[in-house]
Design a protein around this ligand. Structure first.
Ligand code: HAS
Length: 557
C-alpha cells in the first residue's frame, strides 16, 4: 500500500525521534548497573547525577519511546487495515505537541532541574517545564484517538458485514484505556504539581498525587504492552508459517484489558497506610483478573506456534519448537517477537507475585521490582518496538536491512542480557537489596560502615546482564542507522504480514460493539476508585513541603 508523503514522513519522524533519544536512555541503563555494582563510589559521572540519569533512563525508555511508537504504529495500523489515511493536520499537530513536550521535559532533566524519576512522586519537585512538557506530550497522544475513532465509525457504516480487523480493535482499545487513565495524571500535573512547582501553592497532597498517578500508572503498562499484543495476534502466526488459532480469543483479551487495566492501580500502594485493607484486597483480586487476558494470549499464541511448527513438519509433543524460524534473516521480526514472548513468561509470573497482597510486602521497593519490569517493558514491549521500527523504516523507504545476520541475533542477545540482569535484581530483592539506590555510595562500598557484602554477587550479575544488553543495543543502533542510510533497493510501501484465522468463528455481536464494554469499564472503575479516593481524602494528613534528594530535610532549598 502506498502512503501519502506527509503521513509517511510523520510516521518516520515519530519512530526516529525517540530512537535517537534512546542512545541516552540505554547509556543511563548501563550506568545504573555500574553505580549499583559498587564499581564506582560517586554520586554522578560525566556531569550527570545518579538520580538525574535514572530519571532520563525511565522517562526516555518508558514514556517517550513507548508513546511515540504507539502513535506511529497506530497511524500505520489504521491506514493499512481500514484503507483510509488519518487526518494529516491532526497527525502533524499531535506530533509537534509530543516533540515540544519532550524537548521541554528533556531540558528540565538535562539541566538537573527535574531529578524526580519517571513517577515524579511529590514532594520531589521538578521545574515547571518538566510538568508542562509531560502535559503536552500526553495531549499530543490524545489527538489521534479522536481522528481514528471517526475513521472507524465511517468504516463501520460502510462495512457492516465484516468483522473489525483485530489490529484496529486493539489500537482503539489501547488508546481508549490511555485516554481514560491519562485524565487522572493530567489532573495531578495541571492542578496539583504545576501550581506547586510555580510557587503558587506552598504544599502538595502527597497521597492524592500518588493515587492519581497510579490510576494512570498501571494502565500505562498495558498501553505499552498492547501494541506488542497487536503484533502477536495479527502478524506473528503468519511469520511463524501458520495461522492464528483463535481470532475471538484476541477480541476477548483486548476487551478484558479495556475493563481491567485501570481499576488496579492501588496494587502499587499496598504499603500506604491511608488506603484501607478492603480496597487493597479488592484491587489485588482485580489485578489477578487483568492477568487473564495474558493467559488467554499465552495459550492462543502457543497453539498458533504449535500449528506453525506442525505445518513445517515437526514430530512429537514439543517438536514444533525446533521448527520455528528463529534465525531466518528474511523473517527477522519473528526473532524480535519470540524473544519478547519468552521473557514475558517470567515477567508475567513475577507480576503475579507482586499482585499477591501478602507477598508484595516481601518484594515492594526492593530490586525485585525492576527485575520484574525489565522482563515486561524491556522484554516484549521493547523488542516489539525496536523490531517494528526497523521493519517500518525498511519497508516505508524500500531499504534493505543492514547486516541482516547481526540483526537476527540482536533480540536473542538482549533476551540473554535481560535474563541475567533480572535474575541478579530479583535475587538481590529477595535478600533486601533496595531499588532506586546508588548502592556504590554506601552499601556496595567496602570502605563504608553500611557495606553489605551479600549484595556483591547479585549486583555483579546485574552489571553483567546490563553489559550484554548494552552490546545488543549498540548492535541495534548500527543496524538501524545502517538501514536508514542504505541505498533504496526495493519498492517502498506499507505492508504488514497478515495472519489468517485457523477457525472460521461465528461473529458474536457483543464483540462487535464498544458500547457495552465502555459502560462496564466505567462501572468497575467507579467501584474500585470511589472508596480509594474517599479514603485518601479522609486519611491524607497534612500536605507536605518540598523534598530535595541532595538535602533530605523537608522544606530545605
Ligand atoms: Fe507489573 C510493578 C503486577 C504486567 C510493568 N510493573 C510494575 C512496574 C512496572 C511494571 C514498570 O501487583 C514498576 C512500577 C514502579 O516504578 O513502581 N504486572 C503485574 C501483573 C501483571 C503485570 C499482575 N507489569 C506488567 C506489564 C508491564 C509491567 C505487562 C509492562 C509492560 N506490577 C505488578 C504489581 C506491581 C508491578 C503488583 C507493583 C509492585 C510494587 O510493590 O511496587 C500481569 O499483567 C502479568 C500477566 C502476564 C502473564 C504472562 C503471559 C505470558 C505470555 C507469553 C507466552 C509465551 C509463548 C511463547 C506463547 C500471565 C503471553 C512460547 C514459545 C516458546 C518457543 C517457548
Amino acid at each position: 500500500m502506498q502512503l501519502s508523503r506527509s503521513l509517511k514522513n510523520i510516521i518516520l519522524a515519530e519512530l526516529l525521534f525517540p530512537i535517537v533519544l534512546l542512545i541516552l536512555g540505554i547509556y543511563h541503563g548501563l550506568m545504573q548497573t555500574i553505580y549499583r555494582s559498587g564499581a564506582i563510589h560517586q554520586s554522578g559521572a560525566v556531569h550527570l547525577d545518579y538520580y538525574q540519569g535514572l530519571t532520563l533512563h525511565g522517562v526516555i525508555n518508558a514514556i517517550v519511546l513507548t508513546g511515540f511508537f504507539a502513535v506511529a504504529f497506530g497511524h500505520a495500523t489504521i491506514a493499512f487495515y481500514l484503507k483510509k489515511e488519518p487526518n494529516k493536520i491532526a497527525a502533524g499537530l499531535s506530533m509537534w505537541l509530543m516533540i515540544i513536550g519532550t524537548l521541554l521535559a528533556a531540558w528540565a532533566m538535562l539541566s538537573g532541574n527535574a531529578s524526580v524519576l519517571y513517577t515524579f512522586y511529590p514532594p520531589l519537585k521538578a521545574h515547571p517545564f518538566f510538568y508542562l512538557g509531560a502535559a503536552l506530550l500526553i495531549v499530543g497522544t490524545w489527538i489521534p484517538l479522536f481522528d481514528w475513532a471517526s475513521i472507524y465509525i465511517k468504516w463501520r457504516r460502510e462495512n457492516r458485514e465484516i468483522k473489525l480487523p483485530l489490529a484496529v480493535l486493539g489500537t482503539l482499545v489501547n488508546f481508549t484505556i490511555w485516554f481514560v487513565c491519562t485524565l487522572a495524571v493530567a489532573y495531578e500535573v495541571l492542578v496539583l504539581l504545576l501550581p506547586w512547582s510555580l510557587g503558587w501553592t506552598k504544599t502538595v497532597n502527597i497521597s492524592l498525587s500518588r493515587t492519581l498517578f497510579w490510576f494512570f500508572g498501571h494502565a500505562l503498562v498495558y498501553f505499552w504492552l498492547l501494541p506488542a499484543y497487536i503484533m502477536y495476534y495479527s502478524i506473528l502466526p503468519k511469520l511463524a508459517g501458520g495461522k492464528l488459532y483463535s481470532d475471538l480469543a484476541g477480541r476477548i483479551a483486548f476487551f478484558l484489558f479495556l475493563l481491567l487495566s485501570v481499576p488496579v492501580g492501588v496494587h502499587h500502594q499496598f504499603s500506604e497506610p491511608n488506603i484501607e485493607r478492603g480496597t487493597k484486597f479488592f484491587q489485588s483480586m482485580l489485578t489477578f483478573g487483568v492477568a487473564i487476558p495474558s493467559f488467554i494470549t499465552a495459550f492462543t499464541l502457543a497453539a498458533s506456534l504449535e500449528y506453525a511448527g506442525k505445518q513445517r513438519g515437526s514430530k512429537g509433543i514439543l517438536g514444533w519448537m525446533n521448527k520455528l524460524p528463529f534465525l531466518d534473516t528474511n523473517n527477522y521480526l519473528f526473532a524480535y517477537m519470540i524473544s519478547g514472548l519468552i521473557l514475558f513468561i517470567f515477567g508475567g509470573l513475577t507480576g503475579i507475585v507482586n499482585a499477591s497482597y501478602q507477598l508484595n510486602s516481601v518484594v515492594h521497593n526492593t530490586a525485585w521490582i525492576p527485575g520484574h519490569f525489565h522482563m515486561t517493558v524491556a522484554g516484549p514491549v521493547f523488542l516489539a518496538i525496536i523490531g517494528m521500527s526497523l521493519y517500518l523504516f525498511s519497508t516505508l523507504q524500500g531499504k534493505k536491512i543492514f547486516l541482516p545476520r547481526i540483526n537476527v541475533i540482536i533480540p536473542y542477545l538482549w533476551l540473554i542480557g535481560v535474563l541475567i540482569f533480572s535474575t541478579g535484581l530479583m535475587w538481590g530483592g529477595l535478600i533486601g537489596e533496595p531499588r532506586r539506590t546508588n548502592l556504590g555510595m554506601t552499601y556496595l562500598n567496602p570502605g563504608n560502615s553500611l557495606y553489605h557484602p551479600q549484595w556483591v554477587p547479585t549486583t555483579l550479575l546485574g552489571m553483567a546482564g546490563g553489559i550484554i544488553m548494552t552490546l545488543a543495543g549498540l548492535l541495534y543502533f548500527i543496524v538501524f542507522f545502517g538501514t536508514i542510510f542504505n541505498k533504496k533497493s526495493a519498492t517502498a510501501g506499507l505492508e504488514f504480514p497478515l495472519s489468517e484465522s485457523y477457525h472460521d468463528e461465528k461473529r458474536i455481536p457483543l464483540f462487535d460493539s464498544f458500547k457495552p464494554w465502555l459502560i462496564i469499564m466505567a462501572i468497575i472503575i467507579l467501584i474500585a476508585y470511589i472508596p480509594a479516593l474517599t479514603e485518601v481524602m479522609k486519611n491524607s494528613g497534612p500536605s507536605a513541603p518540598t523534598f530535595l534528594p541532595a538535602n533530605p530535610t523537608p522544606g530545605a532549598k
